[in-house]
Write a protein that binds this ligand. Structure first.
Ligand SMILES: Cc1cc2nc3c(=O)[nH]c(=O)nc-3n(C[C@H](O)[C@H](O)[C@H](O)COP(=O)(O)OP(=O)(O)OC[C@H]3O[C@@H](n4cnc5c(N)ncnc54)[C@H](O)[C@@H]3O)c2cc1C
Length: 391
């Protein structure tokens, strides 16, 4: 089991500390637990995908002396040029940023200390952060190759890291994938008769398993999105929600992006690693990280922090795939349980209500994220389970 505090990650005995690269000042050097012979030019590493997982991994590998080639197919067909995301994260992400020499304050947009959960106000440690700026800064320290990895290029690498997120381009398909569609608007909101909305999550607005979120981005900007399983009309649901909201505010639409989140959990996203024989006959190691291997909370779709955690675990167990897989499955075993609840609720044979264990998992999810929902309330109002509890 990994320690909760990212600063507590252990580094192994054979420490290799090399000078940092790039223009972003780093507060510390890192040591990666790996035989020094496996480093530098002896092992050629490609990271495919420079989202949060791939770019963060690239930076911490570089600090350990491993210089990967990073392939990124972007920019995405979105206004910000990045993959659709709400940019909400617990402030504990600051420790992961500090590990790469970055300061959360440079990306911090808005606190979400007090958040509405279907009418209930709870304290949270959440905030929004400027994820595009963060990824840009991480990428600036890396050698980015701006296209997809071709088969010919792939052959020269001893290790290929699949950090391609939802597309999971390099690894074989998940044993049991589960993805949920999303739709998100970015809007500017100015209060007219009422107050500007605060952060909130509304499960009761989406039929089945899903919710609407309002995440403030500062300067009157908001991400308002909807996602979930069993619903195919997010546009209609969001329009209704925005129309209700507009009674007390003036809302100006900025942009819209559809998306998809892998909520399969790492356990059901296996294999997390694979091997491929190259033309030379040598084996190539393929290792997944981030959302490509399902490091996303199946209940909430929260994946930024967990993708960074998975990158830390990969760097910390570099080239020991058995250790990596077992640490990922252990660290994110709670995601397997959440996924099992989703499967149960989606199955035809389910009873009409969630079981005690499903309610408990929701409560645990909130506590894990630092959301202070009282037990009784969490059991009664479990956001996206509303239909089963109250309907
Ligand atoms: C609408 C929406 C809202 C969300 N809101 C939140 C939130 O508020 N908080 C939170 O924690 N999580 C949220 N998530 C989830 C979170 O965005 C992801 O879990 C997280 O970004 C995963 O990071 P990643 O680096 O693993 O994958 P990605 O961010 O998907 O990055 C993968 C990268 O790989 C690149 N790529 C893909 N295929 C190839 C290829 N073949 N060659 C080269 N490059 C390739 C892509 O261009 C991309 O840059 C949200 C997701 C969605 C869809």
């Amino acid at each position: 089991m990994l320690p909760q505090n990212p600063e507590d990650f252990t580094m192994g005995a054979s420490r290799l500390i090399l000078p940092q690269r790039g223009h972003i000042p780093c507060t510390r050097h890192h040591a990666i637990d790996v035989d020094a012979d496996l480093l530098r030019d002896t092992v050629k590493v490609a990271i495919v995908g420079a989202g949060i997982a791939g770019s963060y991994l690239g930076c911490i590998l570089e600090e350990g002396g491993i210089i990967p080639d990073v392939y990124e197919q972007g920019p995405h067909d979105t206004t910000c040029g990045f993959r659709s995301c709400g940019w909400g994260a617990p402030s504990a992400i600051g420790a992961h940023l500090a590990y790469a020499g970055l300061d959360l304050d440079d990306y911090y947009l808005e606190p979400m200390k007090s958040m509405e959960f279907d009418g209930l106000i709870a304290r949270t440690p959440l905030c929004t952060l400027d994820k595009p700026a963060l990824i840009r800064d991480l990428r600036a320290r890396l050698k980015i190759i701006p296209h997809q990895l071709t088969d010919r290029e792939s052959d020269v690498y001893d290790v290929v890291v699949d950090a391609t997120g939802i597309s999971r381009t390099i690894l074989p398909p998940c044993t049991s994938d589960l993805t949920l569609p999303t739709l998100q608007h970015r809007v500017a909101i100015e209060p007219v008769a009422g107050r500007a909305p605060g952060p909130g999550v509304y499960g009761s607005q989406v039929p089945g398993l899903g919710y609407i979120w309002i995440f403030p981005l500062g300067k009157s900007q908001y991400h308002i999105g909807a996602g979930g399983l069993l619903c195919d009309n997010y546009a209609g649901i969001l329009n209704r929600f925005l129309s209700d909201l507009s009674r007390g505010c003036s809302i100006t639409h900025q942009c819209t992006c559809p998306g998809e989140i892998r909520v399969a959990s790492p356990f059901f996203s296996q294999p997390l690693v694979a091997k491929r024989r190259r033309e030379s006959g040598e084996l190539q190691r393929i290792i997944g990280v981030g959302e490509s291997i399902g490091t996303v909370s199946p209940f909430t779709g929260e994946g930024i922090l967990h993708s960074m955690e998975s990158a830390r675990i990969l760097a910390d167990s570099w080239l020991d795939e058995d250790r990596y897989v077992s640490r990922i499955l252990s660290r994110f075993s709670w995601m397997k349980k959440e996924r099992e609840t989703l499967d149960y609720l989606l199955s035809d044979s389910r009873d009409s209500a969630p079981r005690i264990r499903d309610r408990w998992r929701f409560y645990r999810n909130a506590r894990r994220s630092g959301v202070k929902l009282p037990l009784q309330e969490a059991f009664r109002r479990m956001g996206s389970l509303t239909r089963w509890i109250e309907g």
